[in-house]
Design a protein around this ligand. Structure first.
Ligand code: SF4
Length: 391
């Protein structure tokens, strides 16, 4: 038996830019801003009054890697449900308030970790900031000033003609100044727009104006395919410059999908430890195996794997061996067989119909040995540098 060092780095992998310096706030147990890891949020789609269904959805979101969850609070009945939801949720709960300022106070008193307020559509919001700031301070609750293109202050709509980046930023900076006048600083800001170009520009401008933590979002991004691309493009543009402290991908799809996309965006930019990564070729006229099916079967077989493993699935022996060698585990297929690589070394050659099961077996073995060598650090990925045995 020989041994192969996986040689995975103990130091954090490189990022495109250092994080923008911000003040730090707390959303319950989760830090937002400064050096806190960028958190991923979603929002429940169940009626908040249906406490069991809402808690069930929160549990599913938590299991899929959601850090913070938001629930809507449009009525007195919803406000009444908040204390139990806030108490029983495994992750911090933010109450989302529109129109009625009295629910801001209800949410603060209900034990929610934070309250999202939309200044453009809460009645007489500016007149009540002093009381809101005081109540939030008394209860250790943070606030999100959530400016939204679809509900911009009419005064600014008149001034700018539409929800331009400048209009969104002016609204946000104005509201921030009112909270700060009352010596309240525990807030983050979002300036969401459905157009990634407007949204990116708005956040860039806002980032120049103050050290507030920023919550990124492309609002009403659309169905899963379009929304994923819009969000990845916009968040990528900002995160690659260090802008953004917490994110929410908005999809017309189940909220768990939002979390998957959000986590994948952060992982792709090395802003969150990478887990399973399938490197599969697009296939071409040289392919000697059905790469699509092979990649799908390997992905399905390794779903939920926590160890940051790069698995290469390559369709032929032209580029396959080179790519497979670069991965932790890989296959290069050809002539009805698959050469299985572990960290650059061919460990065996198997018939085509055994490729999937062999890759899954080897991945499980590497995962086990990685965990034995030091396990996974939630913040930085692999702790140790495991040695994998080759039989
Ligand atoms: S690995 Fe082979 S089959 Fe896949 S794209 Fe490259 S040349 Fe084509």
């Amino acid at each position: 038996m020989t041994s192969i060092s996986l040689g995975m780095p103990a130091a954090p992998p490189p990022v495109l830019a250092p994080r923008r310096k911000t003040r730090q706030i707390k959303v319950g147990s989760v830090g937002v801003g400064s050096d806190s890891p960028i958190s991923v949020q979603s929002m429940t789609t169940t009626p908040t009054t249906d406490i069991n269904a809402t808690l069930q959805q929160i549990a599913e979101l938590t299991a899929s890697g959601c850090d913070i969850v938001r629930v809507a609070c449009p009525s007195a009945d919803d406000a009444e449900a908040l204390p139990i939801i806030a108490k029983k949720s495994q992750i911090p709960v933010i109450a989302d308030i529109h129109f009625q300022p009295k629910y801001v106070f209800a949410a603060i008193e209900a034990g929610c970790a934070a309250v999202r307020v939309n200044p453009g559509n809460i009645r007489k919001f500016d007149d009540q900031i002093k009381e809101i700031a005081q109540a939030a301070k008394d209860h250790g609750v943070s606030i999100r000033i959530g400016v939204n293109a679809g509900s911009l202050d009419p005064r600014l709509m008149e001034k700018y003609g539409k929800a331009t980046p400048e209009a969104l930023v002016e609204s946000a900076v104005w509201e921030a100044s009112l909270f700060e006048e009352h010596d309240f600083h525990d807030f983050k800001i979002s300036v969401k727009h459905n157009d990634p170009v407007v949204m990116v520009r708005a956040y860039e401008l806002l980032a120049e104006r103050g050290d507030w933590p920023l919550h990124l979002g492309v609002t009403e991004a659309g169905p899963a395919f379009q929304g994923t691309i819009k969000s990845a493009t916009a968040f990528g543009a900002l995160l690659s410059k260090g802008i953004g402290d917490t994110i929410r991908v908005s999809l017309s799809a189940p909220p768990v999908e939002e979390i998957k996309v959000g986590n994948q965006i952060l992982q792709s930019l090395n802003l969150r430890p990478r887990k399973l990564e399938i490197v599969s070729c697009p296939s071409c006229g040289r392919a000697q195996v059905d790469v699509y099916t092979l990649a799908e079967q390997v992905t399905a077989g390794l779903e939920g794997m926590e160890v940051p493993l790069r698995v290469a699935v390559m369709g032929c022996v032209v580029n396959g061996p080179g790519e497979a060698r670069e991965a932790d585990l890989g296959v290069a297929s050809g002539n009805g067989k698959g050469q299985i690589f572990v960290k650059g070394q061919v460990i065996k050659t198997v018939p085509e119909d055994q490729i999937v099961e062999t890759l899954i077996e080897e991945a499980m073995r590497i995962a086990e040995e990685t965990e034995e060598a030091g396990g996974i650090d939630g913040q930085n990925g692999v702790k140790g540098s495991p040695v994998v045995s080759v039989s």
